[in-house]
Write a protein that binds this ligand. Structure first.
Ligand code: GAP
Length: 454
């Protein structure tokens, strides 16, 4: 009996082998905390981003988007509290030189100042600020100091008035943004789970003080349902409410949605009640009036409260790989073809939607297949493969999670039909070429995650 447990090693190996994720600067030995996204990885990442963007903006009339610069005025990070508070406790082993986050080693080791790796002596715990610094302009001194943003949220807060006034937004309303964030993490492990360069998908929802708790519940609900729509196994998700010691410096209340990764339940996304902390601080530090004027209520003025939903795009990609991965026994012939590795992505996010495969290269089948592919690629991301036995080609597509394989055979030449193989059930249906796009679109729309066999 083969061991079909999903492990991080299997995910890392598939991700490299099938062009999802590569180590950054691999030919130079790699750079810890940074990863590159290959042809399948970038399609998947873009499609997750698109799925989230649609969910947050297109499906909510009162949410608009922005794309703020990564580099911001350094005062932003003083106002936000990051210069003072965005720190992790750090200890080093004097003997083996390993660096640890003090809150991630056993408390008894910390108390005895004993290295959990080699037993050597640990340094005193000191605070380490996670923000990357660089300089703007040709002179490398403090006057040009800027930070690489550690969260995308602040780009939204400083544009609160610009967006509200230019788009005549009325509270309650939200601003969504997807973009890179950088943190000089002390420990980066578990592949792309925690990296120094990553992407966030954040939405800041501005509400009237006093209505914040109601909206907080609303957004917790919305974000939970998002994962259901994405076809995630909901048994692998759970809530974790932050205790008083865990709350970030800005938070009044906070919940994480956690996913059961191969290394256990870990944070996937946070939903935070940030109170009026952020806008009050930016008002104080910038000297600009950031109050909202409620023209429908006698020009009442107030600093809005903010409910934030903050998801990691790259972490969501890892979650999708882990959730979709399955090693499945599909035959009993006693050879390697008995097994397939399949990624059960929701078709809305699968890197390739349809692969077009001529049964044979000869007899005009390849030309016909290319013709059909040319039609399909107007509507879908497609792949074309004519190399090797058809069974092997199906397996290759299963491994990158392609939901539909369109096969062109001799009958296709006769009657203009093709077969469409469903990735999850492996069943094939004959479909007329003229209805192919429509058929695939309808299948995507009605997609339901199938029960797992294993
Ligand atoms: N604006 C609030 C904020 O940034 P956070 O809990 O620090 O909150 C939100 O981060 C999300 O960003 C996390 O739930 C995670 O998905 C992602 N994230 C944070 N740090 C990360 C890292 N070093 N690598 C990858 N993703 C990260």
């Amino acid at each position: 009996m083969a061991d079909t447990t999903v492990t991080m090693d299997k995910i890392v190996s598939l991700a490299k082998r099938r062009g999802f994720v590569f180590q950054s600067s691999e030919i130079y030995g790699g750079l810890s905390g940074a990863w590159d996204y290959g042809p399948q990885g970038i399609e998947l990442k873009n499609r997750i981003a698109r799925f989230w963007w649609k969910e947050m903006t297109q499906l909510h009339d009162n949410i608009v988007g922005i794309d703020a610069a990564i580099l911001m005025h350094p005062r932003v990070w003083e106002a936000s509290g990051h210069v003072e508070n965005f720190t992790d406790p750090l200890v080093d082993c004097k003997k083996c030189k390993t660096r640890f986050r003090a809150d991630q080693i056993p408390p008894e080791n910390l108390a005895a100042r004993k290295c959990p790796e080699c037993g050597g002596e640990l340094t005193e715990t000191r605070k380490f600020n996670l923000m990357f610094k660089t300089t703007l302009g040709p002179v490398e001194d403090e006057s040009g100091l800027v930070y690489l943003r550690p969260e995308t949220a602040q780009g939204i807060y400083v544009n609160f008035k610009n967006v509200q006034q230019s788009n005549r937004m009325k509270i309650p309303f939200g601003i969504a943004q997807i973009g890179k964030a950088f943190r000089n993490e002390i420990v980066t492990k578990n592949f792309i789970f925690r990296t120094c360069e990553f992407e966030q998908m954040e939405m800041q929802f501005f509400v009237k003080p006093g209505t914040d708790e109601e909206w907080f519940e609303y957004w917790r609900d919305q974000r939970w349902n998002y994962y259901r729509k994405l076809g995630i196994d909901m048994n692998k998700l759970r809530w974790h409410r932050h205790g008083p010691d865990e709350l970030a410096h800005y938070a009044k209340d906070a919940y994480d949605i956690e996913f059961e990764f191969p290394m256990g339940f870990k944070e996937l996304e946070g939903v935070h009640n940030r109170s009026n902390y952020d806008l009050s601080r930016h008002q104080q530090y910038s000297g600009k009036d950031l109050q909202y004027i409620d023209q429908d209520n006698g020009n009442e003025r107030y600093i809005p409260f903010i409910i934030e939903t903050s998801a990691g795009l790259t972490r969501q990609l890892l979650m999708l790989l882990c959730d979709a991965y399955e090693e499945q026994k599909v035959a009993d012939k006693g050879n390697e073809d008995d097994w397939r590795t399949v990624l059960h992505f929701h078709p809305d996010v699968a890197p390739i939607t349809a692969a077009v495969l001529p049964l044979m290269k000869k007899d005009g089948l390849a030309e016909l297949a290319q013709d059909i592919r040319a039609e399909l690629k107007e509507d879908f991301v497609t792949d074309y493969d004519q190399a090797g036995a058809i069974g092997r080609r199906y397996r290759r597509q299963d491994e990158i999670g392609t939901p539909f394989c369109v096969t062109i055979d001799y009958q296709s030449k006769e009657d203009g039909t093709v077969t469409v193989r469903d990735r999850d059930t492996m069943l094939q249906e004959r479909v007329s070429r003229s209805h192919l796009s429509e058929y695939i679109r309808a299948k995507i729309k009605s997609y339901k995650r199938a029960e797992r066999i294993s």
